[in-house]
Design a binder for this molecule. Sequence first.
Ligand code: ZN
Length: 200
Amino acid sequence: MQELIRKLLTEMGEDPAREGLRDTPKRVEKAYKFLTSGYDADIDRVLNNALFAVDYSEMVIVKDIDFYSLCEHHLLPFFGKCHVAYIPSNKVIGLSKIPRLVDVFSRRLQVQERLTNQIADTIREKIAPLGVAVVMEATHLCMSMRGVEKQNSFAVTSAMVGAFRNSARTRMEFLELIKLRSAVPGLRDIAPAGLACIED
Ligand code: ZN
């Protein structure tokens, strides 16, 4: 990877040999390896020993989870907050594992919709809850840094499964609890994240 970064610097019109850039390929490689480390993560190992049988069926919410990901169209960051909720049927996931799950899928090249769905699908597969909801709010640097359509640089995506899809009351309870930065009833009025930046 370091050789490619050196080439990239040259293509940008830089001199990879100048002092400030001498170790840049090494640092960039290290950074990208970390930012894409989610490909190597084994979900079952991440969740190991953290699935518990319970007799509990109230909504579990973990909100304001910070996440950082890379837009697969531009290799530029998008980042923000992720809110996760589920209603257990007979199993729960250790609370500290939810942010780990968000990290695993964030540390890949992503589009926000897919990232949102992958988190919800994994929880559904692993504990078969009565419902799962994932909402992600993110700023996309590929939009805001490049100055294109600034109003779309902030995107909200959601995945609602089971009770959160079927019951408006359950959904509203969740949305009320996370108090979105954007207007809640207008969730679907916001431009789809992945489609917003794909055009150029
Ligand atoms: Zn992009």
